[in-house]
Write a protein that binds this ligand. Structure first.
Ligand SMILES: [Zn+2]
Ligand SMILES: [Zn+2]
Length: 264
């Protein structure tokens, strides 16, 4: 079976990633209204009612805005770790107990031939974690909302076939920009978001022989641009001897438009 995925939307206005293997299909986060989520599913020719489940990464609103609505309307099983469930209490409304599942940190859940593995990231939420999808020897890594990429994370996410990888901000734009200093400090901190340059350094360290693609994700609307992110990631990779198009390719994601449903 082949994994396919689409980054439905990415950025501080809302995040959602769709993954399917022909037998099961999953959503990672639902950070937009129910209506917007339905429109995004239409665009990729899929129906929310066929989802097998929804995995939550952390309780920030750009990741959970639509979780309660979709869970209730489509009777979706929802998976999150214990602390994230506690933190979501009061934010997503009531979800029936038989739809609430605990997905512990650094654990694996198996759905037929698909293994889904969770791992922790460094971010200012209760217990933020992201996911690796394993299918027939192929590996898809999703990782955004992290201040940096630790050695522990690198070990778990190394040599994947495809990555959805945060490239949040240009440090210069952020420093010069209009955000108040405390917000800038939060973003730049170890529990904020990763810069284009630091993302590229981490990419150079985790990419392996199997790696074919990186989707640059969760770009800041105020402190980044698609071209700038791509250019600085490319430059940093080149300075480390990695040529885009030879080792692997870079792809954009968008705050409002899904990426083409693509095989891993
Ligand atoms: Zn986020
Ligand atoms: Zn976040």
């Amino acid at each position: 079976m082949t994994l396919h995925f689409s980054v439905l939307a990415s950025g501080s206005t809302g995040n959602a990633i769709y993954v399917e293997n022909g037998e099961h299909s999953f959503l990672v986060d639902a950070g937009m209204s129910g209506k917007q989520m339905e429109a995004l599913f239409n665009e990729i020719g899929r129906d929310i009612k066929n989802l097998s489940g929804l995995f939550v990464t952390h309780e920030h609103s750009d990741h959970i805005k639509g979780v309660g609505i979709l869970a209730r309307k489509y009777k979706l099983p929802v998976y999150a770790n214990e602390k994230t469930w506690q933190a979501m209490d009061g934010l997503i409304g009531e979800i029936p107990v038989d739809q609430k599942f605990v997905f512990g940190m650094e654990s694996v859940k198996t759905f037929g031939s698909l293994d889904i593995e969770s791992f922790g990231v460094s971010h200012d939420a209760a217990e933020p974690m992201f996911y690796v999808f394993h299918q027939d020897g192929k590996k898809l890594v999703l990782v955004t909302d992290t201040g940096y990429v630790s050695d522990r994370m690198k070990g778990i996410i190394s040599n994947a076939d495809a990555y959805v990888f945060e490239s949040n901000h240009d440090v210069q734009m952020l420093r010069m920009g209009r955000y108040p200093w405390n917000v800038k400090r939060r973003i730049l901190s170890d529990v904020g978001h990763i810069s284009n340059e630091d993302a590229a350094i981490a990419m150079s360290e985790v990419a392996g022989d199997n790696t074919k693609s990186f989707y640059l994700a969760h770009l800041s609307l105020d402190n980044n641009m698609k071209d700038l992110a791509r250019m600085s990631v490319q430059q940093t990779l080149e300075s480390r001897g990695i040529l885009i198009g030879e080792q692997f390719n870079l792809y954009d994601t968008d705050p409002k438009k899904p990426t083409v449903l693509t095989a891993v």
